[in-house]
Design a protein. Structure first.
Length: 276
Protein backbone atom coordinates (compact mmCIF):
# COMPACT_ATOMS: atom_id res chain seq x y z
CA UNK A 1 0.00 0.00 0.00
CA UNK A 2 3.01 2.33 0.05
CA UNK A 3 3.73 2.48 -3.67
CA UNK A 4 2.43 4.62 -6.49
CA UNK A 5 -0.50 2.21 -6.89
CA UNK A 6 -2.07 3.36 -3.61
CA UNK A 7 -5.77 3.95 -4.24
CA UNK A 8 -8.18 6.03 -2.17
CA UNK A 9 -11.89 5.17 -2.30
CA UNK A 10 -14.34 7.96 -1.51
CA UNK A 11 -18.04 7.48 -0.89
CA UNK A 12 -20.26 8.55 -3.77
CA UNK A 13 -23.61 6.84 -3.15
CA UNK A 14 -24.50 5.42 0.26
CA UNK A 15 -27.53 4.32 2.23
CA UNK A 16 -28.19 3.52 5.87
CA UNK A 17 -29.19 -0.04 6.61
CA UNK A 18 -30.31 -1.43 10.01
CA UNK A 19 -28.68 -4.54 11.42
CA UNK A 20 -27.78 -6.04 14.79
CA UNK A 21 -25.19 -3.30 15.33
CA UNK A 22 -27.57 -0.42 14.56
CA UNK A 23 -27.61 1.85 11.54
CA UNK A 24 -24.49 1.66 9.39
CA UNK A 25 -23.27 2.53 5.93
CA UNK A 26 -24.06 0.44 2.91
CA UNK A 27 -21.94 1.60 0.01
CA UNK A 28 -23.52 1.75 -3.45
CA UNK A 29 -20.72 3.43 -5.35
CA UNK A 30 -17.26 4.84 -4.64
CA UNK A 31 -14.95 7.20 -6.51
CA UNK A 32 -11.39 5.99 -7.04
CA UNK A 33 -8.40 8.37 -6.74
CA UNK A 34 -4.68 7.63 -6.99
CA UNK A 35 -2.16 8.53 -4.28
CA UNK A 36 -1.77 12.02 -5.76
CA UNK A 37 -5.49 12.80 -5.62
CA UNK A 38 -6.14 12.30 -9.35
CA UNK A 39 -9.59 10.89 -10.17
CA UNK A 40 -9.55 7.46 -11.81
CA UNK A 41 -13.14 6.20 -12.09
CA UNK A 42 -16.40 5.45 -10.29
CA UNK A 43 -16.92 1.88 -9.10
CA UNK A 44 -20.26 0.26 -8.28
CA UNK A 45 -20.18 -1.90 -5.19
CA UNK A 46 -23.78 -2.29 -4.04
CA UNK A 47 -22.69 -4.38 -1.09
CA UNK A 48 -22.50 -4.19 2.66
CA UNK A 49 -18.86 -4.06 3.69
CA UNK A 50 -19.35 -4.46 7.45
CA UNK A 51 -18.18 -8.00 8.33
CA UNK A 52 -20.27 -10.47 10.30
CA UNK A 53 -19.99 -10.63 14.07
CA UNK A 54 -18.17 -13.70 15.43
CA UNK A 55 -17.32 -15.03 18.91
CA UNK A 56 -13.84 -13.52 18.74
CA UNK A 57 -14.53 -10.36 16.72
CA UNK A 58 -17.25 -7.71 16.87
CA UNK A 59 -16.78 -4.98 14.24
CA UNK A 60 -17.34 -1.28 14.90
CA UNK A 61 -18.93 0.49 11.95
CA UNK A 62 -17.27 3.67 10.68
CA UNK A 63 -20.54 5.52 11.28
CA UNK A 64 -20.91 4.36 14.90
CA UNK A 65 -17.31 5.36 15.57
CA UNK A 66 -17.72 8.85 14.12
CA UNK A 67 -21.11 9.43 15.78
CA UNK A 68 -19.75 8.49 19.20
CA UNK A 69 -16.79 10.84 18.76
CA UNK A 70 -19.08 13.73 17.81
CA UNK A 71 -21.32 13.03 20.80
CA UNK A 72 -18.41 12.90 23.25
CA UNK A 73 -16.78 16.01 21.76
CA UNK A 74 -20.01 18.00 22.17
CA UNK A 75 -19.87 17.24 25.91
CA UNK A 76 -16.14 17.63 26.55
CA UNK A 77 -15.47 20.60 24.24
CA UNK A 78 -18.31 23.04 24.99
CA UNK A 79 -16.35 26.08 23.72
CA UNK A 80 -15.82 24.53 20.26
CA UNK A 81 -18.07 24.07 17.22
CA UNK A 82 -17.56 21.45 14.51
CA UNK A 83 -16.04 23.27 11.53
CA UNK A 84 -15.11 20.59 8.98
CA UNK A 85 -15.09 16.82 8.67
CA UNK A 86 -13.10 14.81 6.15
CA UNK A 87 -12.83 11.08 5.53
CA UNK A 88 -10.64 8.91 3.33
CA UNK A 89 -11.30 5.28 2.47
CA UNK A 90 -9.02 2.55 1.14
CA UNK A 91 -9.45 -1.13 0.24
CA UNK A 92 -13.02 -0.60 -0.99
CA UNK A 93 -14.04 1.10 2.22
CA UNK A 94 -12.55 -1.46 4.59
CA UNK A 95 -10.06 1.10 5.91
CA UNK A 96 -11.06 4.57 7.05
CA UNK A 97 -9.13 7.63 8.18
CA UNK A 98 -11.00 10.75 9.20
CA UNK A 99 -10.59 14.12 10.87
CA UNK A 100 -13.09 16.31 12.67
CA UNK A 101 -11.93 19.90 13.07
CA UNK A 102 -13.43 22.20 15.70
CA UNK A 103 -13.20 25.99 15.89
CA UNK A 104 -13.19 27.91 19.16
CA UNK A 105 -16.42 29.87 19.47
CA UNK A 106 -15.42 32.67 21.85
CA UNK A 107 -14.91 36.04 20.15
CA UNK A 108 -11.81 37.00 22.09
CA UNK A 109 -9.76 33.98 21.05
CA UNK A 110 -6.06 34.72 20.97
CA UNK A 111 -4.65 35.42 17.52
CA UNK A 112 -2.61 32.17 17.30
CA UNK A 113 -5.81 30.21 17.85
CA UNK A 114 -7.75 31.94 15.09
CA UNK A 115 -5.78 30.35 12.25
CA UNK A 116 -5.86 26.84 13.72
CA UNK A 117 -8.56 24.42 14.79
CA UNK A 118 -8.69 21.59 17.29
CA UNK A 119 -8.74 18.29 15.42
CA UNK A 120 -9.65 14.73 16.27
CA UNK A 121 -8.12 12.09 14.02
CA UNK A 122 -9.53 8.59 13.78
CA UNK A 123 -8.91 5.32 11.99
CA UNK A 124 -10.85 2.09 11.69
CA UNK A 125 -10.85 -1.07 9.60
CA UNK A 126 -13.18 -3.90 8.72
CA UNK A 127 -10.42 -6.29 7.61
CA UNK A 128 -8.38 -6.37 10.87
CA UNK A 129 -5.50 -4.61 9.10
CA UNK A 130 -5.29 -1.98 11.86
CA UNK A 131 -6.77 -1.42 15.27
CA UNK A 132 -9.43 1.21 15.85
CA UNK A 133 -7.61 4.33 17.01
CA UNK A 134 -8.16 7.98 17.87
CA UNK A 135 -5.82 10.92 18.51
CA UNK A 136 -6.31 14.65 19.03
CA UNK A 137 -4.28 17.47 17.49
CA UNK A 138 -4.77 20.62 15.45
CA UNK A 139 -5.41 21.72 11.86
CA UNK A 140 -4.05 24.74 10.00
CA UNK A 141 -7.18 26.27 8.47
CA UNK A 142 -5.56 27.78 5.36
CA UNK A 143 -4.27 24.43 4.05
CA UNK A 144 -5.98 21.82 6.25
CA UNK A 145 -2.60 20.38 7.24
CA UNK A 146 -2.57 18.35 10.45
CA UNK A 147 -0.43 18.61 13.57
CA UNK A 148 -0.48 15.59 15.89
CA UNK A 149 1.58 14.51 18.87
CA UNK A 150 1.47 12.04 21.72
CA UNK A 151 -0.02 8.56 21.50
CA UNK A 152 -2.90 7.04 19.57
CA UNK A 153 -5.55 5.62 21.90
CA UNK A 154 -6.46 2.21 20.47
CA UNK A 155 -9.01 -0.55 21.02
CA UNK A 156 -7.02 -3.64 21.95
CA UNK A 157 -9.77 -6.18 21.30
CA UNK A 158 -13.08 -6.31 19.46
CA UNK A 159 -15.00 -8.55 21.81
CA UNK A 160 -17.91 -8.33 24.23
CA UNK A 161 -19.42 -4.95 25.08
CA UNK A 162 -17.47 -3.06 22.49
CA UNK A 163 -19.64 0.07 22.48
CA UNK A 164 -18.95 0.58 26.20
CA UNK A 165 -15.22 0.17 25.59
CA UNK A 166 -15.48 2.47 22.57
CA UNK A 167 -16.92 5.29 24.68
CA UNK A 168 -14.06 4.88 27.17
CA UNK A 169 -11.44 5.05 24.42
CA UNK A 170 -13.00 8.16 22.92
CA UNK A 171 -13.22 9.83 26.35
CA UNK A 172 -9.53 9.16 27.05
CA UNK A 173 -8.54 10.68 23.70
CA UNK A 174 -10.69 13.81 23.93
CA UNK A 175 -10.56 14.67 27.64
CA UNK A 176 -7.11 16.29 27.25
CA UNK A 177 -7.65 17.47 23.66
CA UNK A 178 -7.80 21.17 24.53
CA UNK A 179 -4.54 21.03 26.48
CA UNK A 180 -2.82 19.26 23.59
CA UNK A 181 -4.30 21.81 21.17
CA UNK A 182 -2.77 24.66 23.18
CA UNK A 183 0.59 22.85 23.30
CA UNK A 184 0.60 22.32 19.53
CA UNK A 185 -0.29 25.97 19.00
CA UNK A 186 2.74 26.92 21.11
CA UNK A 187 4.89 24.60 18.97
CA UNK A 188 3.53 26.28 15.82
CA UNK A 189 4.49 29.71 17.16
CA UNK A 190 8.02 28.42 17.84
CA UNK A 191 8.27 27.06 14.28
CA UNK A 192 7.15 30.44 12.91
CA UNK A 193 9.94 32.32 14.69
CA UNK A 194 12.79 30.03 13.58
CA UNK A 195 14.47 30.91 10.28
CA UNK A 196 15.28 28.05 7.93
CA UNK A 197 17.53 28.15 4.85
CA UNK A 198 17.75 25.66 1.98
CA UNK A 199 20.66 23.76 3.52
CA UNK A 200 18.72 23.18 6.74
CA UNK A 201 15.51 22.35 4.88
CA UNK A 202 17.01 19.75 2.56
CA UNK A 203 18.94 18.16 5.42
CA UNK A 204 15.69 17.81 7.38
CA UNK A 205 13.84 16.39 4.37
CA UNK A 206 16.64 13.85 3.91
CA UNK A 207 16.33 12.73 7.54
CA UNK A 208 12.55 12.45 7.28
CA UNK A 209 13.00 10.25 4.22
CA UNK A 210 15.83 8.23 5.77
CA UNK A 211 13.76 7.55 8.89
CA UNK A 212 10.79 6.34 6.85
CA UNK A 213 8.47 9.21 7.73
CA UNK A 214 8.32 10.40 4.12
CA UNK A 215 8.26 8.07 1.12
CA UNK A 216 10.11 8.67 -2.13
CA UNK A 217 6.92 9.51 -4.00
CA UNK A 218 6.21 12.28 -1.46
CA UNK A 219 9.56 14.06 -1.86
CA UNK A 220 8.51 16.13 -4.93
CA UNK A 221 5.55 17.48 -2.91
CA UNK A 222 7.81 18.53 -0.03
CA UNK A 223 10.30 20.21 -2.39
CA UNK A 224 7.56 22.08 -4.24
CA UNK A 225 5.91 23.33 -1.06
CA UNK A 226 9.29 24.41 0.31
CA UNK A 227 10.51 26.23 -2.80
CA UNK A 228 7.14 27.64 -3.95
CA UNK A 229 4.50 27.34 -1.23
CA UNK A 230 0.90 27.09 -2.40
CA UNK A 231 -0.30 29.39 0.39
CA UNK A 232 0.90 32.93 1.17
CA UNK A 233 0.82 32.09 4.89
CA UNK A 234 4.09 30.18 4.33
CA UNK A 235 5.89 32.84 2.28
CA UNK A 236 8.67 33.34 4.85
CA UNK A 237 11.48 30.79 5.03
CA UNK A 238 10.89 29.40 8.51
CA UNK A 239 10.52 26.01 10.15
CA UNK A 240 6.76 26.56 9.91
CA UNK A 241 7.01 26.63 6.12
CA UNK A 242 9.10 23.45 6.11
CA UNK A 243 6.80 21.72 8.62
CA UNK A 244 3.76 22.38 6.46
CA UNK A 245 5.61 21.20 3.36
CA UNK A 246 6.03 17.89 5.17
CA UNK A 247 2.45 17.64 6.42
CA UNK A 248 1.18 18.50 2.93
CA UNK A 249 3.08 15.50 1.55
CA UNK A 250 1.69 13.23 4.26
CA UNK A 251 -1.83 13.76 2.91
CA UNK A 252 -1.10 10.95 0.41
CA UNK A 253 -0.20 8.48 3.19
CA UNK A 254 -2.44 5.37 3.37
CA UNK A 255 -5.12 5.53 6.12
CA UNK A 256 -3.54 2.82 8.28
CA UNK A 257 -0.30 4.84 8.59
CA UNK A 258 -1.48 8.45 8.49
CA UNK A 259 -1.76 9.27 12.21
CA UNK A 260 1.51 7.52 13.10
CA UNK A 261 3.38 9.44 10.40
CA UNK A 262 1.91 12.77 11.55
CA UNK A 263 3.05 12.11 15.12
CA UNK A 264 6.53 10.99 14.05
CA UNK A 265 7.00 14.07 11.87
CA UNK A 266 6.10 16.36 14.77
CA UNK A 267 8.43 14.53 17.14
CA UNK A 268 11.26 14.75 14.58
CA UNK A 269 10.91 18.53 14.25
CA UNK A 270 10.85 19.09 18.01
CA UNK A 271 13.87 16.83 18.55
CA UNK A 272 15.97 18.09 15.63
CA UNK A 273 15.43 21.75 16.45
CA UNK A 274 15.42 21.56 20.25
CA UNK A 275 11.85 22.74 20.79
CA UNK A 276 10.60 21.70 24.22
Amino acid sequence: MEGNDFIVYRLKQISLEPDQYGQHLKIKMVSMYDGHGKFIKHVKLDKDILPEKTKSYVPVSHKDFVDNIKDMASKLLPLYDLNTQKFGLAREGKQMFGTLTYKKTIDNALEPVKDMGLSIGMRNSYDKSMSLGICSGSTVFVCENLMMSGEIVVMRTHRGRILDELKGIIFNAIVNAEHKFETLNADAQSFKTRDCDDHMAYGTIGRLYGNGILKERQLPVVKKEWTKPTHDAFSEKTLWRLYNAGTEALKTTPPMLRMNKQIKLHEAFKTDFGIS
